[in-house]
Unconditional design. Structure first.
Length: 118
């Protein structure tokens, strides 16, 4: 079950490993916050397109894919729930609050995630 969300452009580019398209989903002065996949309990933060481009370049393409399971939009705020999957297996659950500008670009992205329940 995949649900349409305002973050689909971002997730599609990210999953494809397309750094330029991933970065283009964000406003020039965007703030990006998410838990580290490498260091448990730490947050990774990037501000602005230059830092985001570097962050996504360093991240590289990963073997898992993002699947949106629920989405709620209220004005410029989008709340997205989903799972990261690999070969049909759910690895992580995530919840994102994103703020979009009038052009649909992400100005603020804050994600939480945890291991998907068995």
């Amino acid at each position: 079950m995949n649900v349409v969300s305002p973050l689909d452009r971002y997730f599609t580019a990210l999953d494809a490993g397309d750094v330029d398209a991933t970065t283009a989903a964000f406003a020039d002065d965007a703030l990006y916050i998410r838990p580290s996949l490498e260091v448990p309990g730490m947050l990774e933060i990037a501000r602005g397109r230059d830092e985001l481009h570097e962050f996504f370049r360093n991240r590289g393409k990963r073997p898992f894919r993002h699947e949106v399971r629920a989405c709620a939009v209220d004005g410029r705020d989008a709340f997205v729930e989903g799972v990261a999957t690999e070969d049909g297996k759910e690895l992580n659950s995530f919840l994102v609050h994103a703020v979009l500008d009038e052009d649909g670009l992400i100005t603020r992205y804050f994600a939480l995630m945890a291991q998907a329940p068995s």
